[in-house]
Design a protein. Structure first.
Length: 97
């Protein structure tokens, strides 16, 4: 538990200096859980990525799955980030084929 807290609190270089190593994938997963892509609805980047991985391939589907873009700003602050995640997922999917 303490190690996890240290990994989250300390930037990776500092964590490494105290003998803690994290893979880039672990570090990204932690950042995704901590990043509020839609602050109005407190929807994390991890939740949006999970929705996309589960088939939400449009903004409407992401909204339905997560509640993102349904907050007080109606997506003005989060829409472009979500579009970026959708584009990234599409691009990664194309590379897999
Ligand atoms: S930040 Fe997502 S609805 Fe406002």
């Amino acid at each position: 538990m303490i190690i996890i807290i240290l990994c989250v609190i300390l930037p990776s270089r500092k964590a490494e200096s105290v003998g803690i190593t994290m893979s880039p994938i672990d570090e990204q997963a932690i950042k995704d859980r901590l990043t509020k892509t839609c602050p109005c609805r407190v929807v994390t980047r991890a939740a949006i990525k999970e929705a996309i991985a589960n088939g939400a391939d449009t903004l409407e589907k992401v909204r339905a799955a997560t509640g993102a873009m349904a907050g007080s700003c109606r997506g003005q602050r989060c829409r472009s980030s979500i579009e970026g995640l959708l584009e990234q997922a599409s691009w990664e999917k194309d590379l897999e084929i």
